[in-house]
Design a protein around this ligand. Structure first.
Ligand code: EPU
Length: 428
């Protein structure tokens, strides 16, 4: 297993580019199940989760290939395979995004429930609610969602419906993606109220429109879909990864650096920019580039995670690493995944003073962190530990970085190019 060794104490400086958005690419890859003909996707990052989705789609009869120029080409060829097995689904929750397309296009699906993960129990009731509203029959059997469209044998289809997709924590990103991908081929009109507005859902809607779908209200909490009979494969360039961009910006600010991130669309990162400015960083925004400078010690700030355009839960852990050394007390409230605080114990091992209080963390800023061997149980927590390692005195070894590799493509190279002392090692 690989580990990352970070030696802290340097200011990050320079220019870096964020790659394509993992969380946009994954549902768009699942949309290839809906298409006649090949989809050619550009700007798909080379990540473990992307390869897992390729393996899952292969089980469902979709051939995929990474071209030498980096393009990812996917084509659905065998429409009789409808089983998404547990051994793949348990490693990547986004696999659930095949459920809607399978029901819409093939009329049948057997998709393993993905199970919980380090950030919470992560139910899929909203996915099921939306798909049932479209007429799908869905049962849970032996850990699998077993579903069919009405009259699947006679070639009938899902039917449009009005639905409310809000849950106790607001909208659902992959829930909206799943239902949207089912609705585009349903008969008649679908109205999804409390749809997720995240840029990744917007990107999916845009590619579906290119494929022939009729969708109104993109980026708003009300999506209106007029079902069509057929969708075709198209080329598409995936949006840049706002979470990777945000992580690099937070790393720049936390180290008192001067970092310019390309592929950082300010419309996607509004909440982060606001919070970093409040903490005292200088942030300049250009079209798809953001520059951050932080010369002095940053100030404490309160952060609450919320669905887009609120502060993203996927940047909460990284922000906590930054605030661990800020001047004053910060309250970080997690309103999306109330248990997403596994990183607190590890940050405290590095000398941070953070206390969990229900769904919030009270962060007493200290002047310094000290390097330590640490380990994280999820992707964004691992990114937070890398940032903590960059700030800390001495050496930090972060184990189990397969989590990091699920969401960041060669992050050590990007950080090293900005002046970080970081290397990947093999751990026994
Ligand atoms: N929820 C329900 N019922 C559902 C679905 C969700 O109650 O049927 C709840 C969740 O438990 C949570 C909230 O609704 O409290 C939001 O969950 P959401 O469904 O939006 O999360 P997701 O679609 O499973 C995606 C990202 C996550 C990101 C969240 C929130 C992908 C592949 N994953 O997950 O990304 O944290 O949205 O923005 O898009 C990551 O990249 O590290 C990551 C975890």
């Amino acid at each position: 297993m690989d580990a990352m060794v970070v030696t802290g104490g340097c200011r990050l400086q320079g220019r870096v580019r964020a790659g394509g958005a993992k969380n946009a690419a994954l549902p768009i890859m699942a949309a290839s199940l809906l298409a006649d003909g090949p989809m050619c996707l550009k700007n798909v990052p080379d990540l473990a989760d992307i390869r897992t989705m390729m393996r899952l789609l292969a089980k469902l009869g979709v051939e995929s290939e990474r071209r030498p120029n980096g393009d990812l080409v996917l084509e659905s060829r065998n429409a009789r395979r409808n089983l998404a097995p547990y051994d793949i689904m348990r490693t990547m929750r986004a696999g659930i995004c095949v459920l809607g397309p399978l029901l819409a296009r093939r009329g049948r699906a057997e998709v393993s429930l993905p199970g919980g993960c380090a950030i919470g129990d992560r139910p899929v009731d909203l996915h099921l609610k939306g798909l049932r509203a479209l007429g799908a029959r869905l049962d849970i059997r032996h850990g699998y969602i077993v579903g069919s469209a009405p009259g699947a044998r006679t070639g009938k289809r899902l039917r449009g419906a009005e639905m409310y997709l809000g849950g106790p924590f607001g909208s659902s990103v992959t829930g909206t993606a799943n239902v949207l991908m089912a609705a585009v081929l349903a008969k008649g009109q679908t109205v999804i109220e409390c749809a997720a507005c995240e840029p990744e859902v917007q990107d999916l809607a845009r590619v579906l429109i290119k494929m022939g779908a009729k969708i109104h209200g993109i980026g708003s909490p009300c999506l209106v879909v007029e079902g069509v009979d057929r969708l075709v494969g198209v080329p598409h360039t995936v949006i840049p990864d706002r979470i990777e961009a945000g992580t690099l910006l937070v790393a720049g600010a936390a180290t008192g650096g001067d970092v310019t991130v390309e592929g950082a669309r300010s419309s996607d990162l509004f909440a982060l920019v606001h919070v970093l400015r409040e903490a005292g960083a200088r942030v300049e925004r250009f079209d798809d580039t953001i520059r951050i400078r932080a010369r002095r010690r940053l100030k404490s700030v309160d952060v609450t995670t919320l669905p887009f355009p609120g502060f993203p839960t996927d940047l909460q852990a990284q922000m906590m690493a930054l605030l661990a050394v800020a001047d004053g007390i910060s309250i970080i409230t997690e309103k999306i995944f109330p248990d997403r605080f596994m990183h607190i114990a590890e940050l405290n091992r590095m000398g941070a003073r953070i206390r969990k209080e229900g769904n919030a963390a009270v962060v007493h800023g200290t002047r310094r962190l000290s390097g330590a061997p640490v380990m994280a149980g999820d992707l964004r927590a691992s990114a937070a530990l890398v940032i903590a390692g960059l700030i800390a005195e001495g050496k930090t070894t972060i184990s189990r970085i397969y989590h990091l590799d699920r969401g960041y493509e060669r992050i050590e190279r990007k950080l090293a190019a900005l002046g970080a002392t970081i290397k990947r090692i093999k751990e026994r």
